[in-house]
Design a protein around this ligand. Structure first.
Ligand SMILES: *[C@@H]1O[C@H](CO)[C@@H](O)[C@H](O)[C@H]1NC(C)=O
Ligand SMILES: *[C@@H]1O[C@H](CO)[C@@H](O)[C@H](O)[C@H]1NC(C)=O
Ligand SMILES: *[C@@H]1O[C@H](CO)[C@@H](O)[C@H](O)[C@H]1NC(C)=O
Length: 224
């Protein structure tokens, strides 16, 4: 039996292609949103030996950002975002990073002001601000105006909204893939049907030709 193989396999690639496009679109892996520090105030220093502390920000797997100006507790430091050490970090998707404020320590391992999961979805304020406050430690304001434009972050502040969005995307993708598959199967079936009909026809004609040949061969006999 003849199966239209090449046609069939071309059709089955389509869903994966569409899935790839959708996946790329929804994870937004092309985006790059910069996060800068807008202000900071530390409420204490951890180092006893040195007079001036060395405070820095660090995201796991990235480089330290030392704040050269932050030297005193209970002083409000305001930044315009253009300082030489800005931006603090980048978000390229809605995935969170493990980040924190630390203070260099000359004897033991560095002291921790705070360490947390830093997420683009934290920047829910319309001006792209995020305030992180830890009692007796610090109060910092971050700025990321581009974070709101990361797909899956904007207009979905709650976990519930994000889940609903996720379900909607999955349903949409499933529907799309099913539709494409169905169309592919129908096309393949029609193609196969046509091919079989042609083959049957050819075989039928061949039968006649063969019959003629036999008749021709036997023709001599009929003349007699
Ligand atoms: C970290 O710093 C080193 C040297 O200063 C540099 O080569 C590297 O690219 C930096 N890494 C990141 C992620 O910025
Ligand atoms: C953020 O991304 C920009 C552009 O891709 C790059 O130049 C910069 O070094 C990145 N900064 C950090 C802290 O990763
Ligand atoms: C932290 O700093 C921000 C920005 O200056 C300010 O609006 C907020 O009231 C401060 N929060 C606390 C608890 O001090």
């Amino acid at each position: 039996m003849l199966v239209p193989h090449p046609r069939n396999s071309r059709v089955s690639i389509a869903p994966f292609f569409f899935f790839f496009i959708f996946h790329t679109f929804f994870t937004g892996s092309i985006l790059c949103a910069e996060v800068s520090l807008s202000s900071i105030e530390i409420f204490k220093t951890h180092e006893w030996l040195k007079v001036t502390p060395t405070v820095y920000f660090l995201c796991k797997g990235e480089n330290k950002t030392v704040f050269p100006d932050v030297k005193k507790a209970h002083v409000f430091y305001d930044f315009n975002g253009q300082e030489s050490w800005q931006p603090l970090t980048n978000f390229s998707s809605k995935k969170c990073k493990r980040c924190g404020f630390y203070e260099e320590d000359s004897i033991k391992s560095d002291d921790v002001f705070d360490e947390w999961e830093f997420c683009p979805s934290d920047f829910t304020a319309s001006n792209g601000e995020y305030i992180r406050f830890k009692e007796k430690e610090f109060n910092a304001t971050f700025l990321c105006s581009e974070c709101l434009s990361i797909p899956g972050v904007a207009s979905l502040s709650g976990e519930h909204g994000r889940k609903a969005m996720h379900v909607a995307v999955v349903v949409l993708l499933c529907g799309l893939v099913s539709a494409i598959l169905a169309v592919g199967v129908v096309i393949a079936y029609k193609f196969w049907q046509k091919k079989r009909r042609e083959q049957d026809q050819a075989r039928f004609l061949k039968l006649f030709e063969d019959g003629d040949d036999i008749e021709d061969e036997l023709g001599l006999g009929t003349v007699i």
